[in-house]
Each structure stands twice: as structure tokens, then as C-alpha cells.
Design a protein around this ligand. Sequence first.
Ligand SMILES: [Zn+2]
Length: 165
Amino acid sequence: MNYPGHLLTAFLASILLLAAMNLIFYIPFSLIDSVALILVCLGSTMLPDLDHPESKGTQLTQRFLPPLIMLFAFGTKFAGYRFSENTIIPKLQDALIFGFAGIGFFFVITNYFRPSHRGITHSLLVNTGYGALIWVVTGYDVNVTIFAAGGYLTHLLTDQCIKLV
Ligand SMILES: [Zn+2]
């Protein structure tokens, strides 16, 4: 499936998740937290195709990652952490540092080892590992973890390509 389909599926899934968590588990999210969780889900659904050099995720990452890292570094250094009144944004800022490191690691692997398309990145093993990584780097935040791992999973489901390893 192409990236608009993946993004649409992840968007609908995140809306359903937000509604379910609100209605069933009585976890209300602020508007900013809700938008942040939706963006986590959308970003996560683009990750599995980073193993393909011409995928939209790869193109967008190559185009926008360098300025994003630059802005993030300057912003953090000079503006400080200004979102401390929200619950999820500060955790995301911390997670972003690991995220950039993780994407760098990902590009090292894809550039030097070139895994086959729809190989290991389309597996439940990497999906679970990604969820575990997000869980640790967000300080064990279950909500962000659910939206990150869930977004990744919607990609595998809509590709109809789910490997164990
Ligand atoms: Zn895919």
C-alpha cells in the first residue's frame, strides 16, 4: 500500500484509539496531547518502509530530518523546555533525542546492509521491539507506546504482510 493509505489508516486507528481510551478506560487527553499522540501514530506508520530507498517515508526523512534536527537542537538549547505544563510533550522531547539516534541507526543499517523490502521491518519482532524502545525512552509511558506500536502495526496490517521475524 502507498503512503496516503497508510497515513489514512493510522489516522482513523488513532481516532478510534483516542475514543476507546476516553469512553472505555476514562482516560481523557487534552487537545495538544491528542494531536501529539495522533502524530506519533502517523510517524510510526511510515517507519516500516524506511527499508525502501524510494518510499515516501525515506524521501521525507532525507528532506526534513536534517533541518528538524538543527531546529530541535537550537530550540532546546536556546528556548529551553517550554511545554512543561503538558503531560506528554516533555516525554516526547526526550524521546525525540532517542528517535533521531534511532533513525540514524536505521539509516546505517539500510545503507550498509540493505535488507530486502518488506523484510525484517515488516515483522512483529521489530514491531514489538519498536514498542519496547518507545516505552523505555518515554519513561514507561503506556499511552505513547500504544499509539507508536499501534501505528506501526496498522502499516503491517494494511500491507497484509506480517512476518514473525
Ligand atoms: Zn510496507
